[in-house]
Design a protein around this ligand. Sequence first.
Ligand SMILES: *Cc1c(COP(=O)(O)O)cnc(C)c1O
Length: 412
Amino acid sequence: MTADHAIALARTYGADNYAPLPVVLARGEGAFVFDTAGRRYFDFLSAYSAVSQGHCHPRIVKALVEQASTLSLTSRAFHNDRMGAMLERIARVSGYEKVLPMNTGAEAVETALKAMRRWGYEQKGVPDGTAEILVAEGNFHGRTTTIVGFSDEPDYTRHFGPPTPGFRLVPFGDAAALAAAIGPHTVGVLLEPIQGEGGVRIPPDGYLTEVRAACTRANVLLCFDEIQTGLGRTGRMFAFEHEGARPDLLVLGKALSGGLYPVSCLCADDRVMRVFTPGSHGSTYGGNPLAAAVTLAALDVLEDEKLAERSAELGGRALERLRGALRGHPAVREVRGRGLMIAVEYHEKIARAVAHELCDVSVLAKDTRGDVIRLMPPLVIREDDLNAALDLAIPVLARESRASASGPDDLQ
Ligand SMILES: *Cc1c(COP(=O)(O)O)cnc(C)c1O
């Protein structure tokens, strides 16, 4: 199929809820993707960090194919012989006693919200129907009506109301403001340790520790959404490890399955997870054998190929190089990152134009919030490939003048 035809079909029959760059991808391998004409691109988005293990990793593909031809879905009405091993593995990797498997990130966040509310009513003694959960300005936790109801990004929320009650926004990165907002009905705090869609916003040092302490003091559950930051992306297995601020609930997704299949989960200790009783929550596909086989292989790759360590080393060197190259540049406000989660923030909303220009030089990256370009290659990228990509990207990132953004912002 030609690129033009593929784009025409998507335009004709698809809903208009995305504004993709005009590139039609047909194949992927490791850190690279190829378009319909066979042109090779560096993937510097990694499907928002879902493809940390690289495209079509042979070990994960093998697990998928073998399990797909053996048993794929039974529903949770019956046991299956693969789910237990996946839960045990995620529990070991995350350090939590219990794991509840779902499919997409948003579903796992919803699972965490339900867990915190029930815990609030049944353990903390908050009057039924009054629970409050604190969330951060600039948050992104998915696209369900409840989740977008507590977003402050107009593109995510406009005319999707009325919002679900029981959520309150506090400034991101301000632990004192968060502590002051905790009231008698507060049951939980939901945060991204680094805001991804919000523009790779890294909170001040000590923030996660102070939030942890405030939650403990007030008997409030702390939940980190590490769907994007988790599983090696920031140079540690989990971003909360940078400060040793272990949350009560941890939400994972994206790279949990290495980009081959949607798998997400909630991790928590039994004192929280036991609020779920038979019939109280579920998912037809959650915990299916195919998901389990893929997740086990994806975590094997993550550990055996030491992807968190690679992310720390390669990310540190890439950040240094980008900072050196863009230092003092009049258009650039800041270059920041943790591991291979790196962002260039501009003073003006030109990031969409920059993404187009990066595409022209075969680097696929993504603007977010208009003024930020996110650079997030698969964690398996070879160092010489990373450097080759930066050789191509830096002159574009540092271009002195450009027409302002072409076309509307595309938000995840
Ligand atoms: C991507 C993402 C989600 C939503 O995941 P989906 O699989 O798209 O539902 C939630 N939280 C964060 C931090 C994310 O990056």
